[in-house]
Write a protein that binds this ligand. Structure first.
Ligand SMILES: [Ca+2]
Ligand SMILES: [Ca+2]
Length: 147
């Protein structure tokens, strides 16, 4: 019983590391992983919405100081743009090698190029055997023909 439980936990851990890695990545890691995409995003925030010095300084824009008019310490600095950029997983379709959301003859040509250059692309490895060869080309042609 305990053993079975351990295997389930191990499987979940393995799956979560395989599936959910992008959103944990910093920009550098994200941009170097072909399965992830870095999205630059900003939102407006205001220093006055932070009510303790730690959060206030963590913004990198505001400072915590005595406000005589409020008779208390406040977070000063006004409005600023908060960086909420994030890393997301790229939705990809197996066989769509040039990533234009259609599987067509252009992707077959890409596979032919990969075979010729002896290089690897995981989107082109349809049968998942870690080699790009004529079998993958045939499988893509089958997808195009709807077989
Ligand atoms: Ca394509
Ligand atoms: Ca293959």
């Amino acid at each position: 019983m305990v053993k079975k439980y351990k295997i389930i936990i191990l499987t979940i851990t393995l799956l979560s590391t395989l599936l959910c890695q992008c959103d944990e990545y910093e920009q550098f890691q994200c941009e170097n992983d072909e399965l992830c995409n870095w999205v630059n995003d900003y939102e407006w925030a205001n220093c006055s919405s932070y009510n303790n010095s730690q959060d206030c300084y963590a913004t990198g824009h505001c400072w915590w100081s005595w406000d005589a008019s409020e008779w208390q310490d406040t977070c000063s600095g006004g409005a600023f743009q908060l960086d909420i950029s994030y890393c997301e997983e790229i939705d990809f379709q197996l066989g769509d090698i040039n990533n234009d959301f259609i599987i067509n003859v252009l992707d077959v040509i890409e596979v032919a190029n990969l075979i010729q250059n002896n290089s690897y692309n995981q989107f082109a490895d349809i049968n998942n055997d870690f080699i790009i060869n004529v079998l993958d080309a045939i499988l893509i042609i089958n997808i195009i023909l709807g077989r």
